[in-house]
Ligand binder design. Structure first.
Ligand code: PLP
Length: 446
């Protein structure tokens, strides 16, 4: 597309005059004006193209502007743009059926929301009503959304300004061998100690006070820590023993991101509630939801469920989910993510780690990878301190962008989370840009 800097400047000026941005000091930001996007790429008004290694906020699993999903939204808009949640509608029924068919076990009923945080809010409400218990446990290294219950569940520093001590949330440590909270020296030990720590937390909180344990199957924004194989089955067993509802948050890890439809499929676990959003329709229209087990759904057979949203199961969102899921199945997009992880991203990132002293650890699976950047490999001191920005990460991020790569950066990490549709050639092009940016990060090591 032809550059049009004047149009870009007008977009930017109106943004700065009237758009109030998320998570930002409004006077200190300089948002890029985006002119368009396709597949794994987006571009600005000045003629710069960016390979999107962030999938925006890890949501464009199917890439930008997939023609089948765009057409489905257009067709649905011409047929029926909106209808209240109380009606039965073809696209909503079909989206629920396609999702329920893929969620693990007996998670066969779907409550639709507009996004991930609302999914988490409703999962917590269901768990509290189902058990009649007040508390919810979640992990310190986690992100569950920015609304009331979801931000309290969140473990990362975004919780701090909005924390409500009365929220009934108790945090615990989940396994993370590279920065083990249990000083473990192997995966097996980390798994055993993490499960014991959870048992102890439950014992001291009082099992009969705990409604739910909420975990990201593979924690996303907090650092893509793939849990050791026995951990989630162990949590399942603990929940069963104490009558606690097990909620897996698959808002980021679900719908192909890890190379399976759901990350839970890697571990053979079936939660009681599973939250989803993002990849369900790649965010073409806002959509999220909760997949509900038969037992919890039965709680609300005779008793009304006290929750709802004007746009629950919005037809445009559901039509885009139907097209997204069908297209992902037809085009083998989940398989592509798995193959990409095994053949391209995993080996490519490990090769970069071998040459760059700033890379402390590479971890992930599918199209879901993290590089832990450190000042010192021996001490594992992070390139910037926890909960802080710093010159090193700012310079690294700028170097990525200069090389035409749009990175996902959080604290001392960069996540490699491209669309699940990315080609091998594009992924290699991105790795080459990352290689150059890591040389900049290396300059900040001891
Ligand atoms: N849960 C997880 C695991 C997430 O990664 C996110 C968003 O990044 C959310 C919940 C919140 O989703 P949303 O921003 O759609 O409310």
């Amino acid at each position: 597309p032809a550059a049009d800097p004047a149009a870009g400047a007008a977009v930017k000026a109106a943004d700065r005059a009237h758009v109030f941005h998320s998570w930002s000091a409004q006077g200190l930001i300089d948002p890029l004006a985006v002119a368009g996007a396709e597949g794994s790429w987006f571009w600005d008004y000045d003629g710069n193209r960016y390979l999107d290694f962030s999938s925006q906020l890890v949501n464009t699993n199917i890439g930008h502007q997939h023609p089948k999903v765009v057409a489905a939204i257009q067709e649905q808009a011409a047929r029926l743009c909106t209808i209240a949640p109380g009606f039965a509608v073809d696209v909503r029924s079909e989206a629920a059926r396609l999702i329920a068919e893929r969620t693990p076990g007996d998670l066969d009923k779907i409550f639709f929301t507009n996004g991930g945080a609302e999914a988490v809010e409703n999962a917590v409400r269901m768990a509290r009503l189902h058990t009649g218990r007040p508390k919810v446990l979640s992990a310190y290294r986690s992100y569950h959304g920015a609304t009331a219950a979801a931000i309290n569940l969140t473990g990362d520093p975004r919780r701090w300004p909005s924390d409500t001590a009365s929220a009934g949330v108790v945090h615990f440590w989940a396994p993370f061998l590279y920065r083990s909270p249990f000083h473990s020296d192997g995966e097996q030990q980390e798994c055993e100690r993490a499960l014991q720590h959870l048992e102890d937390t439950i014992a001291f909180e009082g099992p009969a006070t705990i409604a739910a344990i909420v975990l990201e199957t593979v924690p996303g924004t907090a650092g893509i820590m793939v849990p050791p194989p026995g951990y989630l089955p162990g949590v399942r067993e603990i929940c069963d023993r104490h009558g606690i509802v097990f909620v897996l948050d698959e808002v980021m890890a679900g719908f192909g991101r890890t190379g399976r439809w759901f990350a839970a499929d890697h571990f053979g676990v079936v939660p009681d509630l599973l939250t989803f959003a993002k990849g369900v329709n790649s965010g073409y229209v806002p959509l999220g939801g909760v997949a509900i087990s038969a037992e919890i759904a039965a709680t609300f057979d005779e008793r009304p469920y006290p929750g709802g949203l004007t746009y629950s199961g919005h037809p445009l969102a559901c039509a885009s989910a139907v097209a997204t899921i069908n297209t992902m199945a037809e085009e083998g997009i989940v398989e592509n993510a798995a193959r990409l992880g095994e053949r391209v991203l995993g080996p490519g990132l490990r090769e970069l780690a071998g040459r760059h002293p700033s890379v402390g650890e590479v971890r992930g699976l599918g199209a879901f990878w993290a590089l832990e950047l450190v000042r010192d490999r021996a001490t594992r001191e992070p390139l910037v301190p926890y909960a802080a920005a710093g010159e090193a990460m700012t310079a690294f991020t700028a170097a990525c962008k200069q090389n035409g790569l749009w990175p996902f950066v959080n604290m001392n990490r960069t996540h490699v989370v491209p669309p699940c549709t990315i080609t091998e050639e594009e992924a290699k092009e991105g790795l080459a840009a990352l290689d150059q940016a890591l040389t900049v990060a290396d300059g900040f090591t001891v």
